[in-house]
Design a protein around this ligand. Structure first.
Ligand code: ARG
Length: 458
């Protein structure tokens, strides 16, 4: 095809270079944003008397028809076009002639592409947020259901202190709530319109950048034209918000993978969310969780790719920046693929409360409570800690848990021990007593759920 700049060049563009240079195969995804941006631009040009009403009407009708036909599939993208912006403009000019050639007045593809991508990411931030909210809904429901289920809490993957499963789930609910904040925050900085920055320096036309910004749902126009076309930090911020979401999903997936193993058996995945083995008949594999953990790497890769693309670029626009779209689309598609399956997998998962509780009964998980018992009876914490350590050492040797030791055995380590030690180390009591703000006691978990529902409007 004839390039837009054929006047300046003596030769046609090499076909392979055209393919290499072209971005329509992936930026066609922004067609709706591109056309809406052009509609707003044309309306502004008309309001500022840069276009006549007739020209504006022709442009407006032409663009609306193109949008409709692309939407219903009657118009196909031209794969030889350089990008979506060139395609729409060429298609418009083919249809309406001379006025089509005026659309690009006081604009450049440099501000156009930045505009389109900002618009798309603002929409997508909303779509990802909706998915996160669905996940939160499932988490809150399950946390409520298992607010009293005792399980081992771990540090270093060693049994540490008993907690409730509801508390464990609410930890993730808090993480995903911050992910929602991050998206909202990033959306706020993305809502600054670059349209009208033109190629890099602004324009000699009397344009109204506030008008286009407002029409397109932006808070304001960007204050510096060079910044408007050069910066991609909104893409990097969005990518890092996505990377953090994946990091959270991946940690949670890792736990689910562990919990599914015979060594833990804390949960059982629904048959619809697990796979079998082609050779080992006994296997039920947590493929979904593993794939999410695996896909986290590619989203990190997308973030790193963009940080690297941008790090050495002189102002203003450089073609390197065309790489932004594939990276951010890939990350976006990955997150949007993972979130709903993860939510469904979690929602349908069976919790094996008995196994959780049985695991919590082993491993001297109530040792801190034993030390606290002594402390509350006046023994300095360091001494109480030492006495309890000796008791644990004794129990390991004898194959006895703290609950199984007799009062005489206790007495041989300290005469402070009384029959009420058994109440103090009872697992349910250990959990129920941790009512400090944000603690693991069921009452505290119910309180966390109420606050989270309020915060998320759920
Ligand atoms: N396809 C280009 C991109 O994605 C659009 C902007 C091109 N501008 C230019 N001056 N070559 O970045």
């Amino acid at each position: 095809m004839q390039t837009m700049w054929a006047g300046r060049f003596e030769k046609k563009l090499d076909a392979k270079v055209n393919d290499f240079n072209s971005s329509i195969s992936f930026d066609a995804r922004m067609y709706a944003q591109d056309i809406k941006g052009s509609l707003a631009h044309a309306a502004m040009l008309c309001a500022q008397s840069i276009l006549t009403i007739e020209e504006y009407k022709a442009i407006n009708d032409g663009l609306c028809a193109i949008l409709e036909e692309l939407e219903n599939g009657t118009l196909a993208f031209d794969p030889t076009a350089e990008d979506i912006h060139m395609f729409v403009e060429a298609e418009l000019t083919k249809r309406i002639g001379a006025p089509g050639k005026k659309l690009h007045t006081a604009r450049s593809r440099n501000d156009q592409v930045a505009l389109d991508l900002r618009m798309l990411l603002m929409d997508e931030a909303g779509a990802v947020s909706d998915m996160l909210l669905s996940l939160e809904e499932v988490l809150l429901k399950k946390a409520d259901e298992y607010a009293e289920t005792v399980m081992p809490g771990y540090t270093h993957l060693q049994r540490a202190q008993p907690i409730t499963f509801g508390h464990h789930l609410m930890a993730y609910a808090s993480m995903f709530a911050r992910d929602l904040d991050r998206l909202a925050d990033c959306k706020e900085r993305t809502a600054v319109s670059p349209l009208g920055a033109c190629a890099l320096a602004g324009t000699t036309y009397d344009t109204d950048r506030y008008m286009t910004a407002e029409t397109l749902g932006f808070d304001e126009p960007c204050a510096n034209s060079l910044d408007g076309v050069s910066d991609r930090d909104f893409v990097i911020e969005f990518l890092s918000a996505l990377a953090v979401i994946m990091m959270h999903l991946s940690r949670f997936s890792e736990e689910i993978i562990l919990w599914c193993s015979w060594e833990f058996k804390f949960v059982e995945l629904d048959d619809a969310y697990a796979t079998g083995s082609s050779i080992m008949p006994q296997k039920k594999n947590p493929d979904v969780a593993e794939l999410i953990r695996g896909k986290t790497g590619r989203v990190y890769g997308d973030l790193l790719a963009m940080l690297t693309v941008m790090k050495g670029l002189p102002l203003a626009y450089n073609k390197d920046m065309q790489e932004d779209k594939e990276a951010v689309f890939d990350a976006l598609d990955t997150v949007k693929l993972c979130l709903p399956v993860f939510t469904k997998m979690l929602g349908t998962m069976t919790v094996l409360s008995e196994n959780m509780r049985a695991a919590a009964a082993k491993g001297f998980i109530n040792a801190t409570d034993c030390a606290d018992y002594l402390t509350k009876k006046g023994v300095p914490f360091r001494d109480a800690y030492k006495i309890t350590g000796q008791l644990v050492g004794y129990g390991v040797k004898k194959g006895k848990t703290l609950e199984e030791m007799t009062l005489d055995e206790y007495a041989s380590f300290s005469d402070v021990f009384d029959a009420d030690i058994y109440d103090a180390i009872d697992l349910a009591a250990c959990v129920n007593k941790r009512t400090s703000y944000g603690g693991t006691a069921p009452d505290s978990v119910y309180d966390q759920i109420t606050r989270m529902r309020k915060r998320l409007n759920l």
